[in-house]
Ligand binder design. Structure first.
Ligand code: HEC
Length: 153
């Protein structure tokens, strides 16, 4: 095919369209993962509240408490995948994720791992009918530790 100015323009247009589509796709992916992680954290927040209320009421033997602990463990195991490059504030999306997440990923991943083990211990304590004060405190400490370094406000 001879490249007339028209075909050149059309080809150029096609390339530009493909680029724009790729950019739009990755933006959609970023939006989706950001939504997913915020939903995951909300589930963790609700679960913590449910356990705290059960402790206050003096009964942690209900299935709801076990479900809440399992939910924290389940979400914690996803956490490490919720923060792809480009999903910080530079995405322009509404997020409290601080850029520091991508500057000190090692510590971030370590705290994520800590939450997986802390919540697993909470699940075990509940399964064993043991006291959950200590493992629950460790879970809360882990949430707080990460928020202090890596979450805005
Ligand atoms: C490894 C780091 C880390 C750990 C551990 C962690 N969080 Fe977070 N959390 C974040 C970050 C970062 C955000 C901000 C996410 C965003 O806005 O995109 C967040 C956001 C939240 C939110 C707000 C969600 C929203 O958009 O409404 C809640 C609630 C929350 N976390 C609860 C918890 C609880 C409860 C735990 C512990 C069981 C926990 N988090 C553990 C890093 C962490």
């Amino acid at each position: 095919m001879r490249k007339t100015p028209l075909t050149k323009a059309l080809l150029g247009g096609a390339v530009a369209c493909t680029l724009l589509l790729t950019m739009a796709n990755s933006l959609a992916d970023t939006a989706e993962i950001t939504e997913q992680r915020q939903a995951g954290f909300k589930t963790m927040g609700k679960s913590v509240k449910a356990i705290r209320n059960a402790l206050k009421a003096g009964d942690t033997t209900t299935p709801a408490v076990k479900d809440a602990a399992a939910a924290i463990n389940q979400e914690a195991s996803q956490l490490a995948q919720w923060f792809p490059e480009g999903s910080g504030p530079e995405s322009g999306l509404s997020t409290d994720a601080l850029p520091y997440i991508w500057k000190n990923t090692e510590k971030f991943q370590r705290i994520s791992q800590d939450l997986i083990s802390a919540s697993a211990e909470l699940v075990s304590a509940l399964d064993a009918g043991a006291d959950i004060d200590a493992p629950f405190k460790t879970v809360l400490k882990t949430c707080k530790g990460c928020h202090q370094s890596y979450r805005a406000d």
